[in-house]
Design a protein around this ligand. Structure first.
Ligand code: ADP
Ligand code: G6P
Length: 448
């Protein structure tokens, strides 16, 4: 089998290359543990317009992976990343057409950055490579490579949801985007619903392509080890002491409107209203690192959350009790793992999510003799595989409140039996098995 070439907009920063954070980067690093690989993408750096003439690909070798990255100009970063990818495609794919801020010039920048990726990648390619492109930033990259004469097998995986065509067609140029998918030999999505939506889109647009399902997972073995090893770390000890025996409810999400954070806070507030016996007796820790902070909708979301947390803490808090502990910066992964293990309940309530790895991490981190309870949204891609969680509709604050009440009162025997039903799938479908499945499907492709 040829060398694997992975292309994604986000590539782990040099300091994180041994242990990256963030859904796609974590999953891919776990998946790239074997064989020689090339990982191509954006460096995370911006340059001024006059520096673009002599921008080079920078190369770094870490273990078996060669990282090749390019900088983007300020205008490219704005049009390609902030606008077209994250203020048009992201909301639309998460069923939020109303949040889409379409502008034709951003589409042009998006297409030109995809062409730039193709041109800079081309000289690094070898004839027997397998090329695997990731996520919504790079839908047209396969076609751009074909236009430059690349004949190797090219696969594409979408990490986020794909909506029904009736919604997707709100995107000007949407049909063209679908046409360009013909460049791919294998197209992967997270869930049956996503694949069905994309395939319906293909047939409506007369595109000869077919999407398949490859659900993604985590590396449960190493995550469970980290969670256990973290039990005696000083920070975890501090958190445990600060709880003083109170149960811990945890939420861990990028600060993104797809994660349903305002709705979750409303659910928690309803819980405090309807079940006053829990006031002063529980701690809710929400870790929500700022993400895409310069995109308007994300800035507004943060403002709204800051206010909501302040309001709940002001109304329900006391001189010795803070109802919501709220952190908007990232927490190191080993601590996160141990925090999950300490938490009695995890609230994972996205309005839409491709998969949601946090739900799987929470399950992996538990102590099997005394596991916590996962409250999970029906609208996470992980929900169909995790029906033994407490499934909720995140739009219904009362349902979240009832689930919290039920979770906190759940007897140990029920917690154990639910966990025992959740655990096997988390161990069966991993980041490694996901990548192997996709790559072996791609390797079987005979073009032409
Ligand atoms: P998304 O890909 O939309 O961010 P996922 O739940 O699929 O959502 O993946 C998020 C990943 O980022 C998980 O591996 C999670 O542990 C990590 N992560 C989320 N929040 C934090 C945080 N505050 N600090 C460190 N890592 C985080
Ligand atoms: C989601 C997307 C990824 C993206 C990640 C972090 O997981 O599917 O493509 O890398 O969010 O977002 P960012 O904009 O910081 O890359």
């Amino acid at each position: 089998m040829g060398r694997l070439v992975v292309v994604s907009n986000r590539v782990p920063a040099p300091r994180d290359r041994h242990q990256p954070a963030g859904g796609l980067a974590v999953a891919l690093r776990d998946a790239l543990s074997e064989g020689q690989c090339l990982w191509f993408g954006w460096s995370g750096q911006q340059i001024s317009e006059h520096e673009q003439e002599d921008r080079d690909v920078s190369i770094d070798h870490v273990e078996n992976v060669t990282y090749a990255t390019i900088d983007l100009t300020h205008a490219e970063f704005d049009g390609f990343y902030q606008k077209y990818s994250n203020a048009i495609l992201w909301p639309l794919c998460h069923y939020r057409a109303g949040l889409m801020e379409y502008n034709r010039k951003d589409r042009e920048v998006y297409l030109s950055v995809n062409e730039l990726f193709a041109q800079k990648l081309l000289p690094l390619l070898k004839p027997d490579d397998l090329i695997w492109i990731h996520d919504y930033h790079l839908f047209p990259l396969g076609q751009a490579l074909r236009d430059l004469g690349v004949t190797s097998p090219i696969g594409f995986f979408l990490h986020i949801p794909f909506p029904p065509w009736s919604l997707m067609k709100a995107l000007p140029g949407g049909a063209r985007l679908m046409q360009n998918m013909q460049a791919y030999d294998v197209i992967g999505l997270q869930t049956e619903d996503d694949a069905r939506n994309m395939n319906d889109g293909f047939s409506i647009c007369g595109v000869k392509a077919r999407a398949q399902v490859f659900p993604i997972g985590i590396d449960p073995e190493s995550f469970a080890e980290q969670a256990k090893a973290g039990e005696n770390v000083a920070e975890v000890e501090r958190l445990r002491e600060s709880l003083a025996g109170k149960p811990l409810i945890i939420g861990v999400d990028r600060l993104d409107y797809s994660k349903g954070l305002p709705e979750r806070l409303k659910g928690y507030e309803t819980f405090l209203q309807r079940y006053p016996e829990h006031r002063g007796k529980v701690v809710y820790l929400q870790i929500a690192p700022v993400s895409r902070g310069d995109v308007e909708e994300y800035r507004l979301l943060k403002q709204g959350l800051d206010e909501a947390v302040g309001r709940i803490n002001g109304s329900y808090g006391d001189f010795d009790w803070t109802p919501v502990r709220y952190i908007t910066h990232p927490v190191p992964r080993h601590l996160l793992a141990a925090f999950y293990r300490l938490a009695n309940v995890a609230l994972v309530t996205p309005l839409r999510d491709g998969m949601n790895l946090v739900a799987k991490e929470y399950v992996a981190a538990q102590n099997k003799d005394d596991p916590g309870v996962l409250i999970l949204s029906h609208f996470a891609g992980a929900a169909p595989e995790m029906e033994d969680a407490l499934l909720v509709n995140p739009h219904d604050a009362d349902e979240i409140a009832e689930a919290l009440h039920k979770a906190l009162a759940m007897p140990q025997a029920e917690r154990r039996s639910r966990w025992a039903l959740l655990q096997p799938d988390v161990w069966r479908v991993t980041a490694g098995s996901w990548a192997r499945d996709f790559i072996s499907t791609l390797a079987k492709v005979k073009r032409g």
